[in-house]
Design a binder for this molecule. Structure first.
Ligand code: FMN
Ligand code: SF4
Length: 455
C-alpha cells in the first residue's frame, strides 16, 4: 500500500515554519471551520471516535482523556503541551516544532477549543533552543493574524499560548513533574489520584498532551476519522483491552544504523523493515543484536530470539501499541528505535542505561532512588570484572520490584529504569555470565558508543 506522509509532508518546503506557507497549504482552515461550524463537544467526540492514542509514551486514548475534565467547570482549564522530549534517542517532537510549528499550534487551538481552555502552556525541553525560537516566532505570527488572543475571528473564543522552557531533567516530562516545574517548583511528580484532568496546573483541571498527539489532532480534524482509521492496526479481537493502533506515526531510528532519521509511517511496521528499509540497515556490515523499540525505558528486543511456533524472531514484531509487549518489552513508548550491533557488549550498554536512570531519578521514592543507584553499582562491578554469580538474580529482583506497576513508587520513571535491566539479563544472560566468568576480559574489546541522531 502506498503511503503519503502528512505529519512530515511540509518539513522540506522552504520557509516551512512560516505562517504564509502554512496558510498556502490550507493551514488553519480546519480550526476556522471548527470555530464556525462545530461545538466543542463535537470536536472532542470526533477525536475520541478517531481512535487517536497519545504519542507521548503511554498510548492513552486522547479524546477519552479530554472527557475526564469536569463538566461545566466555572474556572480556568489548562492545556499543557508536553515537549520535554528527553527519552534517549527520541527526537520526533523536535522535528515537528522546528520544521512545521503551525501544524502543532493548530492542533493546540483545536484541542483548547474542544476542552474549553483559554490558555495553553507549551513546556519545551530546555536544550531545544531552535524549537523554542521557531515556536515563539510562529506564536507571534498567530497573534498578529488574529488566530490567537481575544475573540478569535469574532467567535467569542479567546486563547493564549505561553512558551515555557524546561528545567533540564528527564523527570520534567512526567506529566505531574511537568506541572510542578511549570509552577516554578522542583519537578517532583505528584501522587495520583487526583489526575491532572481533575487537579493539574495551579490546582485547576488540566490536560497534558504530547506534541505529536496534537499534530495528529490537526490531521484527524482535517482529514476525518475514516482516513485516520484506514492507517495502522485495528484492535486485536483476542484482546478486549486493545483499543487499536490507528493513524500515522513518527519513528526515530538511531544507534548502530547507516542512516539515523525520523520517518513517518502507518503504525505497525516491523522493526526489521524499519531498520532495513528506512534506517539503511545495520552499520559497518554488522548484524543487529538488540533493539530498544521505543526508547531505553521500553527494554530490549533480542533480535535472534525466535517467536513461539514461528520462524520469525523478536526483530519481526510490529511497532504498534501492542507489539513490543508481546516480547516482554514495556510498550511502544516514544517509538524511538535504537539498534545495538553484534560487536557491542550488552554489559556496556546496560551500564550506560543504568547511569542514565540513576542520574535522572528525582529521589522522592526510596525504591527508585536507591534501586536505580544499586543497579548501577552492580552493573559497574560486572563491567569491571568483579561481578558475582548472584548479581544477575539480584538485578532482576530489584528491577521487578521498583515501579508504579508493582506499586512501590510515585511515577513510571522507575518502571522504565527496571525494564531494560530485566530484559537485558533475561534475554542476554549468557553474555552477562561470561562477563562474570571472564573477570573483565570481554571479547568486546572496544566498547562502541551509542549514537543517537537527535542529540
Ligand atoms: C519519566 C517520564 C518521562 C516522560 N517524558 C515525557 C516526555 O518527554 N514527553 C511526553 O509527551 N510524555 C512524557 N511522559 C509521559 C507523560 O507523563 C504523559 O503521559 C504524556 O505527556 C501524555 O501525553 P499523550 O496522552 O499525548 O501521550 C513521561 C513519563 C514519564 C514517567
Ligand atoms: S519513581 Fe523515581 S522519578 Fe518517579 S517520583 Fe519516585 S523517585 Fe521520582
Amino acid at each position: 500500500m502506498s503511503f503519503e506522509p502528512v505529519l512530515l509532508a511540509r518539513i522540506n518546503k522552504p520557509d516551512s515554519p512560516k505562517l504564509e506557507g502554512y496558510r498556502a497549504d490550507g493551514g488553519y482552515a480546519t480550526f476556522e471551520r471548527a470555530l464556525k461550524e462545530k461545538k466543542p463537544e463535537e470536536v472532542t467526540a470526533q477525536v475520541k471516535d478517531s481512535g487517536l492514542r497519545g504519542r507521548g509514551g503511554a498510548g492513552f486514548p486522547t479524546g477519552l482523556k479530554w472527557t475526564f475534565l469536569p463538566k461545566d467547570h466555572p474556572g480556568p482549564i489548562y492545556l499543557c503541551v508536553n515537549a520535554d522530549e528527553s527519552e534517549p534517542c527520541t527526537y520526533n517532537n523536535r522535528i515537528l516544532m522546528e520544521k512545521d510549528p503551525h501544524q502543532v499550534l493548530e492542533g493546540i487551538m483545536l484541542a483548547c477549543y474542544a476542552i474549553k481552555s483559554r490558555c495553553a502552556y507549551f513546556y519545551i525541553r530546555y536544550e531545544y533552543g531552535t524549537a523554542y525560537r521557531t515556536l515563539q516566532a510562529a506564536v507571534d505570527e498567530c497573534y498578529a493574524a488574529g488566530l490567537l488572543g481575544k475573540n478569535i475571528h469574532g467567535s467569542g473564543f479567546d486563547l493564549d499560548i505561553f512558551l515555557h522552557r524546561g528545567a533540564g531533567a528527564y523527570i520534567c516530562g512526567e506529566e505531574t513533574g511537568l506541572i510542578e516545574s511549570l509552577e516554578g517548583k522542583r519537578a517532583w511528580p505528584r501522587i495520583k489520584p487526583p489526575f491532572p484532568a481533575i487537579e493539574g496546573a495551579f490546582r485547576k483541571p488540566t490536560i497534558v498532551n504530547n506534541v505529536e498527539t496534537l499534530a495528529c489532532v490537526t490531521q484527524v480534524m482535517k482529514r476525518g476519522n475514516d482516513w485516520f482509521k484506514s492507517l495502522g492496526v485495528p484492535p486485536d479481537p483476542k484482546n478486549p483491552r486493545d483499543a487499536g493502533s490507528y493513524g500515522p506515526k513518527l519513528y526515530t531510528i538511531a544507534g548502530h544504523v547507516n542512516t539515523p532519521k525520523c520517518v513517518e509511517l502507518p503504525m505497525g511496521i516491523t522493526i526489521r523493515d524499519l531498520v532495513d528499509k528506512h534506517g539503511g540497515g545495520v552499520w559497518k556490515g554488522r548484524k543487529a543484536k538488540a533493539v530498544n523499540p521505543g526508547g531505553l525505558s521500553m527494554g530490549f528486543v533480542d533480535v535472534n530470539a525466535k517467536l513461539k511456533d514461528s520462524d520469525l524472531t523478536e526483530y519481526d514484531i510490529p511497532l504498534d501499541f501492542n507489539g513490543p509487549g508481546k516480547v516482554q518489552c514495556l510498550g511502544l513508548g516514544t517509538a524511538a528505535v535504537t539498534v545495538i550491533d553484534d560487536e557491542t557488549s550488552m554489559v556496556d550498554v546496560l551500564h550506560n542505561v543504568c547511569q542514565f536512570f540513576s542520574h535522572e531519578s528525582c529521589g522522592q521514592c526510596t525504591p527508585c532512588r536507591e534501586g536505580t543507584g544499586w543497579m548501577l553499582k552492580i552493573v559497574d562491578r560486572l563491567r569491571r570484572g568483579q561481578g558475582r554469580k548472584e548479581d544477575l538474580d539480584i538485578l532482576v529482583e530489584v528491577s521487578d520490584r521498583i515501579g508504579i506497576m508493582p506499586g512501590t513508587t510515585i511515577c513510571g520513571l522507575s518502571d522504565g529504569a527496571g525494564w531494560p535491566v530485566k530484559t537485558a539479563i533475561r534475554k542476554f544472560r549468557a553474555e552477562f555470565e561470561a562477563a562474570i566468568k571472564g573477570g573483565g576480559k570481554s571479547k568486546y574489546a572496544k566498547a562502541l558508543p551509542l549514537v543517537g541522531a537527535g542529540h
